[in-house]
Design a protein. Structure first.
Length: 535
């Protein structure tokens, strides 16, 4: 007999076996007990939390020959067929490979026929977010008013990608990440059944590494036992090729916070290929720190997954206290940018992008709380303002405008000279008020000016904003004439009069054309045409 992996061998057969999803199973149980069974259900939640498994149990409960009943008997022909996957009236469809309008038309046609043996004909569509827009639209009428003998179940990890008109026609069943304690307890039972002698703390470590997904935990356990045999220990986890767990991500962030560049590189997994998983772990840890610091360590979001243990939540809160909200947000933004670059720049090794990002975060100033940096800059501004009417900027004291998203106040700007219309308002005050106005009107533009610009001069009719350290991806924003008009409009509201705005140092040339633009140009040249841009 062929080997059956642990995740399949120990897949739940009844609602009572489903771990950590009490709300979801209670909803489905209540629907059966009260006779209020809907025609369409959407099961959503992170991977490995039991969406498809729960849908299968619900389907079996509906077609059980002694049902519908909350606890299917498991012995009748319908239950046995459902368990071994041979039930002809339960049709499972993978939307990742059957996502087009022709596939949905075939499903609609099949739904019009009555079930062969069971009480209902049940369609279970997995990865529903992969359906094309045309396929979903073709299915909406059937989804809203299916034949009485049809039940439609959908499972997805990304419900936000589904059309609202689709979601509104379904009853939602949300599954959540499992607490580490629940996963560890399940692993203990599985190991006992399998005769696996796990070392102390191994199941807890596997649970933390799985990040709230029981299937991932069982798959890791399978891989570990295949690698080291039936007596695995905690230290054997280091030999797995899977991405880092919560503890590894925390240790790596500790190295970054300490500015230990060598230690940061050493702490990265020796085997390349798990960069995306490691980034997900780092982002999850920083998100947990923000929640623990702003909403409290007992927030419900932190009660599941790898942060469910009190000691883990306390570590997250302590990091928030050390770095502060703004600095953690800046790190979060940089890691998100790294993930985007990994997805977009296929020719650049993912490991290289991750290493350069982490080394950049290791710089001492990136770990300094922004409140402390603001205090230093305000003190510097006061000293410069007291020394004369028009002090020149001091480059050595200006924060390095490297690839960071840290929000720091701009250095002090010189005091504007008097004009015929009278004295201009203090430049520093006008700049602060302008940034405040942009905070609500054009937040992205305002944050970009806060990080890269300063108000160099201000007269009754003209304002000059000086930029420095502009990144390539920021050029399009700053070169857009519409954004210059937005700045001028905001400054006019602040000053109570119209002012011409010049953004000095902004790129005057358009960025290099992308390969897609070059292809478009070649097509236009071939047919003697011209490119017209819709602005």
């Amino acid at each position: 007999m062929s080997y059956l992996v642990l995740a399949r061998k120990y897949r739940p057969r009844v609602f009572a076996d489903v771990v950590g999803q009490e709300l979801a199973t209670a909803t489905l149980r209540g629907a059966i007990e009260e006779g209020r069974i809907g025609h369409a259900y959407l099961f959503s939640g992170p991977r490995g939390t039991g969406k498809t498994t729960t849908a299968r149990i619900f389907a079996k409960a509906l077609i059980c020959e002694k049902g519908p009943r909350v606890d299917p008997c498991g012995t009748c022909e319908r239950c046995r067929a459902a368990d071994n996957g041979s039930e002809i009236d339960i049709v499972e469809i993978d939307a990742a490979s059957n996502r087009g309008i022709d596939d949905i038309r075939a499903l609609r046609e099949s739904a019009s026929y009555r079930p062969v043996r069971a009480r209902f004909k049940i369609f279970l569509v997995d990865e529903a977010h992969m359906l094309t827009k045309e396929a979903v639209n073709a299915f909406l009428k059937t989804l809203e008013e299916p034949p009485p003998h049809v039940k439609l179940f959908f499972a997805t990890t990304e419900p936000e990608k589904l059309l609202p008109t689709f979601v509104s026609r379904c009853q939602l069943v949300k599954l959540v990440l499992l607490p580490s304690e629940a996963i560890a307890a399940r692993l203990d039972r599985v190991f006992e059944e399998e005769g696996i002698r796990a070392g102390p703390g191994l199941t807890q470590a596997l649970a933390r590494r799985s990040r709230g997904g029981l299937r991932d935990a069982l798959s890791l356990a399978d891989q570990l036992v295949s690698l080291v045999g039936s007596a695995p220990e905690v230290h054997d986890l280091a030999r797995l090729s899977a991405g880092a767990g919560a503890e590894e991500a925390e240790a790596l962030l500790d190295r970054v916070e300490a500015g230990d560049r060598k230690g940061t590189l050493v702490a990265l997994p020796a085997v390349e290929g798990s960069e995306r998983e490691l980034l997900a772990g780092l982002l999850s840890s920083l998100r947990g720190s923000l929640i623990a610091g702003l909403a409290g360590a007992d927030h419900p979001v932190l009660q599941s997954g790898s942060e469910s243990e009190p000691a883990a939540r306390e570590r997250l809160r302590a990091r928030f206290e050390r770095l502060g909200c703004d600095r953690i947000q800046a790190w979060f933004a940089e890691l998100l940018r790294a993930r985007e670059r990994i997805e977009l720049l296929k020719a650049v090794p993912a490991r290289l992008i991750l290493e350069t990002t982490l080394l950049d975060l290791c710089r001492p100033e990136t770990a300094m709380p922004l409140a402390e940096m603001e205090e230093r800059l305000h003190a510097l501004e006061a000293r410069l303002g007291a020394s004369g009417p028009a002090p020149s900027p001091v480059p050595a004291l200006r924060p390095d405008p490297g690839p960071r998203n840290a929000r720091a106040p701009a250095p002090a700007a010189p005091v504007a000279p008097r004009t015929d219309a009278g004295a201009a308002p203090p430049v520093g005050d006008a700049w602060a008020r302008l940034l405040g106005a942009l905070e609500t009107e054009a937040r992205t533009l305002g944050e970009l000016l806060r990080a890269r610009g300063r108000l160099e001069s201000l007269t009754s009719a003209r304002a000059v904003v000086r930029l420095a350290g502009v990144r390539d991806e920021e050029r399009a924003i700053l070169a857009d004439a519409r954004n210059v008009r937005v700045v001028a409009s905001a400054l006019a509201k602040v000053l109570g009069r119209k002012v011409e705005v010049e953004i000095a140092g902004a790129p005057s040339e358009a960025p290099p054309k992308s390969p897609a633009d070059l292809f478009t140009q070649r097509v236009a040249d071939s047919f003697g045409g011209r490119i017209v841009e819709d602005r």
